[in-house]
Design a protein around this ligand. Structure first.
Ligand code: SAM
Length: 227
């Protein structure tokens, strides 16, 4: 296995690295790492896509969607493939990552961001949603950490707490859905979502990851007339 660094940046949150992984037994992949922690690669992206497709299937008319965490754009790609979507705001905390996607450092980036339905916001998703008008989205997709128990940044802990979930509920329209990705079961998150929304569901998603069977999770909650 050989790694070749493609790009590197420093921000208040530390180091962000994009590198190519070359393996004679597997296709070449691009990896994203934050402070040494593996965030994702371009090889196994079925769960990033599943986050979007499962959640889009739960909303009758997902016209306005917000994606929390651009990453390498796979969740957003799935959102844009849905022709019901008229507007997709993607909120990414790292300016460098947006720049790499725009510049083609990540080869599929420019085409993805050129879609006229896309608005890129460089901000913390907690701040972006707090500033969003009430009832402005049909779907919020959150994939910023490896899950509530495996944070990319310690400050993201607030995203799984009642206050932020209430903000998410406020910006969703009636029938709107919040979907949160997690690598591990997150019972406390499910409980907090149920407290805020009056409902919550865990959807397991099985993947084969480098010959290992793994299960990832989506936590979904919906704005109903009772919430
Ligand atoms: C796991 S990746 C997202 C992967 C994405 N779903 C995809 O399909 O490529 C997580 C992304 O969230 C960003 N991020 C982390 N914390 C954030 C926050 N509080 N607000 C916005 N973006 C954040 C990271 O910089 C990273 O780009």
């Amino acid at each position: 296995m050989e790694y070749v660094e493609i790009a590197r940046s420093e921000s208040d949150r530390g180091e962000l690295v994009l590198r190519e992984r070359r393996d004679e037994n597997a296709p070449t992949a691009i990896e994203l790492r934050a402070n040494g922690l593996f965030v994702m690669d371009t090889l196994e992206v079925s769960t990033e896509r599943a986050l979007a497709s499962a959640a889009l299937g739960l909303v009758e008319a997902p016209r306005a969607v917000v994606v929390g965490g651009l990453g390498l754009g796979f969740t957003m790609h799935e959102v844009l493939a849905d022709h019901r979507v008229e507007k997709c705001a993607v909120v990414e905390i790292e300016q460098a990552l947006v720049d790499w996607m725009r510049a083609g450092t990540v080869p599929h980036g420019p085409a993805l961001l050129a879609d006229e339905r896309v608005t890129v916001v460089v901000a913390d998703i907690a701040v972006a949603l707090a500033e969003a008008p009430r009832a402005s989205y049909d779907l919020i997709l959150l994939d910023v950490d490896n899950g509530p128990d495996n944070l990319v940044h310690d400050t993201n802990a607030v995203l799984y707490e009642e206050l932020f979930l209430e903000t998410a509920r406020r910006v969703l329209r009636p029938g709107g859905v919040l979907a949160v990705w997690s690598a591990n079961p997150a019972h406390e998150l499910e409980h907090t979502m149920a407290t805020v929304f009056g409902n919550a569901e865990a959807i397991g998603h099985d993947v084969l990851l480098q010959d290992r069977d793994e299960r990832f999770w989506l936590y979904v909650a919906r704005v109903t007339s009772e919430t």
